[in-house]
Design a protein around this ligand. Structure first.
Ligand SMILES: [Zn+2]
Length: 128
């Protein structure tokens, strides 16, 4: 699995499971994804890294019907709200017919959604 450099510090193991990590600003309390070195809210640099919950809820989603060669369409992408605060863009391992706003989802690692290329993802979410 290859990851964009911005995500290298945002995916790691904690308590025997792989998790998404975010930056927590000690100055203003904002939790930001991906992990960074400066707070996008207040500009502060006093940040620590924290694991995000493995579950969130779909804020909004759409089905993609045209894609690069090698991608099976349609596939679903969504903005997912995590309890700690970040709203994260992710591919959803679910059919468009199964989607609804507000549905609970779980973060998944280690495999791409069905029919998608191995090198085109870092993590996905799936209905929980
Ligand atoms: Zn801040």
């Amino acid at each position: 699995m290859s990851r964009p450099p911005a995500l290298e510090r945002s995916i790691a193991s904690v308590d025997g499971r792989t998790a998404l990590f975010a930056s927590h600003c000690r100055g203003c309390g904002r939790v930001l994804f991906p992990v960074g070195s400066v707070c996008a809210q207040c500009g502060g640099a006093d940040l620590d890294r924290q694991a995000l919950s493995p579950t969130g809820s779909v804020f909004a989603w759409t089905a993609v019907h045209r894609a690069a060669p090698g991608w099976k369409v349609p596939y679903v992408v969504a903005l997912v709200d995590f309890p700690e605060g970040p709203r994260i863009f992710a591919q959803v391992d679910a059919a468009p017919e199964a989607m609804r706003s507000g549905m609970p989802v779980r973060v998944a690692f280690g495999r791409p959604p069905a029919g998608q290329p191995d090198d085109a993802y870092c993590f996905t979410v799936e209905p929980s």
